[in-house]
Design a protein around this ligand. Structure first.
Ligand code: ADP
Ligand code: MG
Length: 350
């Protein structure tokens, strides 16, 4: 009875520490934080100035001594201290001050598939230092599949692709475990870089990352669209040094993205080829499930479907699947503990 009481006031927390966006889910409440994974730091003092949306606004606009960084690069903790700061900020934000003397929360964190032991330890330590009592780690494709309500614990095969900012993860899940998976460092960020390079090579136009992302989300595509689309793109002409606005078309952008898109499709293809035949039969019937913000690239589902000859669907609310899945594991830890990759208890259980 006390256990229940404490677990309620201690707010068990699920965190999706994405390379692009971080989400926090609190037991019995749902998603309470959904912000860009950006931290603004004053390099002279080491002080954190802003986190999330506010920090993202500073990207590319800060004076030299203020840097806006993303603590996770390509899905991996690139800056341990900043990651810890961000986790602390999230945990403190949902674990209100009045509970500071109460029990510390149990925290589950999603991590990319295939990270090393050292990287896992970095996330665990950062979470502990940020105030967690117990830390669980779950691999993101597993969490995404659970968030998509796929029957991960049954003997059938489930095929999930999670395309985030830094990594694309392709996984086949059965009986509560990952059977095969691939993680490639080609995802949303790379597509933005492709557009930056395209503007530079094709139009001698220097553009920022945000402009590139706006174009990608607006008219970017992996498969020819039904209607032609175009958008203005503003930047600086590299020859004249002056500001300039050009028009880019969906066709031009599609070409710019083609090589990276192909890499994603190839990873899916090889995973399909390596899938055991028994599981493949289920997957052909159930289809391939797309999650993550990158899955929203127009026509990507169609292209994959055409290439691998298996039906493809984007899951509902693809950008929140990982944190919702991790939250479900937290709420049903006894039934779903096999889906975790790591468990660490700091305080002995009561
Ligand atoms: P992460 O898990 O790495 O934080 P997310 O799942 O939040 O990543 O996805 C972020 C990526 O999705 C970004 O690269 C963003 O540009 C991209 N994205 C979001 N919406 C769209 C869209 N409509 N079309 C194409 N890409 C999108
Ligand atoms: Mg993600």
């Amino acid at each position: 009875m006390f256990d229940k009481f404490f677990s309620y006031i201690s707010h068990n927390i699920a965190i999706d520490l994405g390379t692009a966006n971080s989400l926090v889910y609190v037991q019995d409440k749902g998603i309470v934080i959904n912000e860009p994974s950006v931290v603004a730091i004053n390099q002279k003092t080491g002080q954190v100035l802003a986190i999330g949306e506010e920090a993202k606004k500073m990207v590319g606009r800060t004076p030299a001594h203020i840097i806006a960084t993303r603590p996770l690069v390509e899905g991996v903790v690139s800056d341990f201290e900043v990651t810890e700061q961000m986790l602390k900020y999230f945990i403190e934000k949902v674990h209100k001050r009045k509970f500071i003397l109460g029990p510390r929360p149990r925290v589950i964190v999603g991590i990319p598939y295939g990270v090393t032991e050292v990287e896992k330890k970095a996330v665990k330590d950062a979470t502990k230092n940020a105030g967690a009592r117990e830390v669980f780690l779950i691999e993101e494709p597993m969490a995404a599949a659970i968030g998509a309500r796929l029957p991960v614990q049954e003997a059938g095969g489930n095929f999930i692709i999670d395309i985030g900012g830094g990594t694309t993860e392709v996984a086949v899940i059965s009986l509560g475990g990952i059977v095969i998976a691939k993680s490639l460092r080609v995802a949303g960020d790379r597509l933005n870089e492709d557009i930056i390079r395209y503007a530079q090579e094709e139009y001698r136009l220097l553009i920022g990352e945000r402009a590139a992302e706006t174009i990608k989300i607006g008219i970017g595509s992996a498969y020819p669209l039904k209607e032609k689309r175009e958008l203005p793109l503003r930047g600086r002409n590299l020859v004249t040094g002056l500001p300039e606005e050009i028009l880019v078309t969906d066709e031009g952008i599609r070409k710019a993205l083609q090589k990276s898109v192909r890499q994603i499709v190839m990873a899916v293809k090889t995973t399909v080829e390596e899938t055991p035949p028994e599981l493949l039969a289920d997957i052909m019937a159930k289809g391939i499930h797309l999650a993550g913000g990158g899955s929203l690239l127009k026509g990507l589902d169609i292209l994959i479907q055409e290439e691998v000859k298996i039906p493809v669907r984007i899951i509902e609310d693809p950008m929140t699947a990982v944190v919702r899945g991790a939250g479900l594991v937290l709420e049903n830890i006894d039934q779903l503990s096999e889906t975790l990759t790591e468990t660490e208890q700091l305080a002995p259980p009561r």
